[in-house]
Ligand binder design. Structure first.
Ligand code: HAM
Length: 405
């Protein structure tokens, strides 16, 4: 009988990856808290209707990629394909909309999309995201973008920021009409998906990745030149804030995002170092979603980072917090190393070996336990009141007075 394997597109996170994973979440969370966001956790399983209504019936996520099933109580449920919808549901369910409460939440967790697995594209993947409710100021959009920049800067990740404005309920509908008229003229040359999207959500046509379509779509009217005064003004202010704070960006008027809930600001952080699935993070404003899901109209903006896509850009050596290993090379030194290990444990992870062993044996055990600093006391060190210290990464060896270590 063959052994059971994990499902296609679903991965265990172990060894170096798990170090990187926790290192990322811990530090990204700290940055989010510095920006005034607090932790939220929402269920992985939600009613399918939540995603149909928010992410949108015309999106690939809802159309083709949902892990949807009927549970034992005959409920139509679905593993969450993204985090925003559940957080919005929670905001409304707790009546924060009615109370007019502002909320800033961050989250991390598994998301599920039944996509064709490839490098950077999994069926179960993890996002780190944040959602802000109650702030209509475009400064909050900038705040969100600055937070992602701070996270990427912390980990030394290079990025390009693509920015667009999708307009609002007064400028988007006339733009869509103009676009549809132009698309009708070329539709027989466009792919099948584009043709479907002309009917369901015409702006998604602009996002087509097929070369022939891309070429034909070059001359289509741009949303950025069809914005109303209010959207134009906000977009100009946002660009100005980013420029003043040294964040470079590129305007991409074809950036429409694969989820239907956005209005005004839409953005993506892309990398040229991770292959064809280059989007490391995406987000934007979604001022109509709370109302659309039955709540009281509340402005909102947020983002999500795809954790797997950026893990390969962080080096394991950066995550290394010192892990100490204490050992004695003679029986008489055990009390001394034990005492020192206890001191170190107040602030660090420290192992201590209780039996006297040879130098080489200690190094082997320390290595197996994942320590990078080995501190040993033998006869010479006892006599001189010193401690021998070896850094297993740099291979540097020193003898230090016991009281100074
Ligand atoms: P999204 O662009 O669909 O946005 O996903 C955000 C990020 O998740 C992507 O940029 C990518 O890094 C990662 N990602 C998406 N699909 C996969 C996959 N199959 N495998 C690995 N990584 C993936 C959202 O999900 C929105 N909820 C973001 C948001 C929050 N907008 C407002 N608030």
């Amino acid at each position: 009988m063959s052994n059971i394997q994990s499902l296609r597109g679903m991965k265990d996170i172990i060894d170096d990856d798990s170090k990187l994973f926790t290192y990322f979440i811990e530090n990204a969370s700290k940055i989010a808290r510095n920006y005034g966001f607090s932790f939220i956790s929402t269920p992985i399983l939600e009613e399918t209707a939540l995603f149909k209504r928010s992410v949108g019936e015309s999106s690939d996520i809802v159309n083709k990629e949902m892990y949807q099933f009927i549970d034992k109580g005959e409920n139509d449920v679905c593993l969450r394909p993204e985090g925003t919808a559940g957080v919005v549901r929670c905001f409304i369910q707790n009546k924060f909309d009615k109370a007019g409460t502002s909320k800033r939440w961050y989250y991390s967790g598994s998301m599920f999309r039944y996509e064709r697995p490839q490098k950077g594209r999994l069926r179960q993947f993890h996002q780190f995201g944040a959602e802000s409710f109650g702030q209509s100021s475009v400064y909050e959009d900038a705040n969100i973008i600055m937070m992602i920049k701070d996270i990427f800067d912390f980990f030394g990740i290079k990025y390009k920021l693509l920015l667009n404005s999708l307009g609002c309920s007064s400028c988007m509908p006339p733009y869509k009409q103009t676009l549809v008229c132009k698309l009708e003229d070329i539709k027989e040359h466009l792919c099948e998906d584009c043709n479907k999207r002309i009917l369901t959500n015409p702006i998604r046509v602009l996002d087509c990745k097929i070369d022939n379509c891309k070429e034909l779509l070059k001359d289509m009217p741009k949303i950025t030149t069809n914005l109303c005064d209010d959207c134009n003004q906000d977009f100009d202010i946002l660009k100005d804030i980013l420029t003043k704070n040294n964040i470079s960006f590129e305007i991409d008027s074809n950036l429409v995002r694969g989820l239907d809930y956005y209005n005004k600001t839409a953005f993506e952080f892309v990398s040229s170092e991770i292959g064809s699935q280059s989007a490391m993070a995406g987000g934007g404003r979604y001022d109509k979603l709370v109302e659309f899901l039955g709540g009281k109209s509340t402005p909102a903006v947020g983002f999500a980072i795809g954790i797997e896509r950026i893990l390969e850009l962080i080096k394991v050596s950066e995550t290394q917090e010192n892990i100490y290993y204490f050992g004695a090379m003679t029986n008489d030194a055990i009390d001394k190393v034990f005492k020192k290990a206890l001191e170190y444990r107040k602030h660090n992870k420290a192992f201590v070996e209780y039996s006297p062993r040879s130098f080489i044996k200690h190094l082997n055990i320390a290595d197996k336990q994942g320590a990078n600093i080995v501190a040993l006391i033998g006869e010479d060190e006892l006599k001189n009141d010193t401690i021998f210290v070896k850094n297993l990464l740099t291979k540097e060896e020193t003898i230090i007075p016991f009281k100074d270590f």
